[in-house]
Ligand binder design. Structure first.
Ligand SMILES: O=C(CO)COP(=O)(O)O
Ligand SMILES: O=C[C@H](O)COP(=O)(O)O
Ligand SMILES: [Zn+2]
Ligand SMILES: [Zn+2]
Length: 386
């Protein structure tokens, strides 16, 4: 099974250029996966490896260079890959909230700026980084169109797209329309080696400002027939690579115990159904994505990995971690942070060394990175590089 067989096709001139500036390969990962941004065939190789070895990669929502760097710092610590994920709102935030976002211009510019930051620095962290975008409903497709144009330009220059993968979340639309739009985008993505993540069913809680807390609970649980329909349709795209965000009761956010009823068995049932329909050897033909990872139990997470989950999204818990780091900093240095001058050491003592924003932001980064190391442990994504 190799839906992306044609990814990574490059001109021989580009191949020669790559040999000249050779980057070291990782011992435990396929040779195509190198430090820096991972796209095309290298990405499908990485996900195949995750599926075969039984680990999943953290997909982390970021909002700027602090959270992006915390992701890469964590990946270097736990010794595994990371997926840096831009939401439309996160991209807009990187551009700056004061900028008019007409026609998604700020979201597009900010997401590209964030991606370029990663392209520039990722190799210095020595880890494979997947550049991904999060939930995109139908009305937001112009955001993805802008990013696709940037990837096409990047591909023309370098033979690789700017972004590794995009999620299209058309689960508000009827299944046939959802998959038809996904298919038309996958045709464009495949030409430049971008992977598609599509969604079936609804992620509960809040999803990019859409409040799904009242949806009929049956919509929170995807049916195996829907997964097979999507698989069968999207497999028709030459060179297309895709993952599926199926709903098994996932909810964005963290709630009091008893409010979320995860049923990852749905993923097993879907795999079994597809395998029977296809008559294939692979007992996990679909690569699944676990949304709403925050607050999930290690048991549910590892069960889902056994059913073919290769990525888990985490946002709320890393938001909390970043804040908790800042909060801890403020608590520790409270008496040095009440004015520019004057602290417990004397009324004339300057406090510049305490209120420099880098100090509290660094505390946030450290706490976020520590939370991501824990996530990677839960996902069995530790020490998979060498
Ligand atoms: O699914 C997510 C982003 O798409 C993250 O969900 P959580 O905020 O629940 O971790
Ligand atoms: O599910 C997580 C969302 O994609 C994050 O969206 P947001 O940045 O608009 O909060
Ligand atoms: Zn959705
Ligand atoms: Zn999500």
């Amino acid at each position: 099974f190799s839906p992306a067989a044609s990814f990574g096709v490059r001109s021989s001139a580009l191949n020669m250029a790559e040999t000249a500036t050779e980057t070291k390969a990782f011992a435990k990962l396929p040779a195509t996966v190198k430090p820096g941004v991972v796209t095309g065939k290298a990405l499908t190789d990485l996900l195949d490896n995750a599926k075969a070895q039984g680990y999943a990669i953290p997909g982390v929502n970021i909002v700027g260079s602090n959270s992006i760097n915390a992701c890469m710092e964590a990946a270097a610590k736990y010794g595994g890959p990371i997926m840096v994920t831009f939401s439309k709102g996160g991209g807009q935030f990187i551009c700056g909230k004061s900028v008019d976002n007409k026609n998604d211009q700020a979201s597009i510019a900010g997401t590209i700026a964030g991606a370029k930051h990663v392209h520039e620095v990722a190799k210095l962290y020595g880890v494979p980084v997947v550049l991904h975008t999060d939930h995109c409903q139908k009305a937001w497709l112009p955001w993805i169109d802008g990013l696709l144009t940037a990837s096409e330009e990047h591909f023309a220059k370098t033979g690789e797209p700017l972004f590794s993968s995009h999620m299209l979340d058309l689960s508000e639309e009827p299944l046939e329309e959802n998959i038809a739009i996904c298919k038309s985008y996958l045709e464009k993505f495949a030409k430049v080696g971008i992977l598609l993540e599509f969604e079936l069913g609804v992620t509960g809680g809040e999803e990019d400002g859409v409040d799904n807390s009242d949806v009929d609970s049956s919509r929170l649980y995807t049916q195996p027939e829907e997964v097979y329909y999507a698989y069968e349709q999207l497999s028709q795209v030459p060179g297309g690579a895709f993952t599926c965000a199926a709903s098994f009761g996932n909810v964005h956010g963290v709630y009091a115990p008893g409010n979320v009823d995860l049923q990852p068995i749905i993923l097993y049932n879907s795999q079994k159904y597809i395998q029977e329909k296809l008559g294939c050897e692979d007992d996990k033909p679909m690569k699944f994505v676990f949304h709403g990872g925050s607050g999930s139990s290690v048991e549910d997470i590892q069960y889902a990995i056994g059913a073919g989950v290769v990525k888990m999204n985490i946002d709320t818990d890393t938001q909390w971690a970043f804040w908790d780091g800042v909060r801890g900093y403020e608590a520790k240095y409270h008496d040095y942070l009440q004015g520019q001058i004057g602290n417990p050491e004397g009324p004339d003592k300057p406090n510049k060394k305490y209120y420099d924003p880098r100090l509290m932001l660094r505390a946030g980064e450290e706490a976020m990175a520590a939370r991501l190391v824990k996530a990677a442990e839960d996902l069995k994504c530790v020490n998979v590089l060498n």
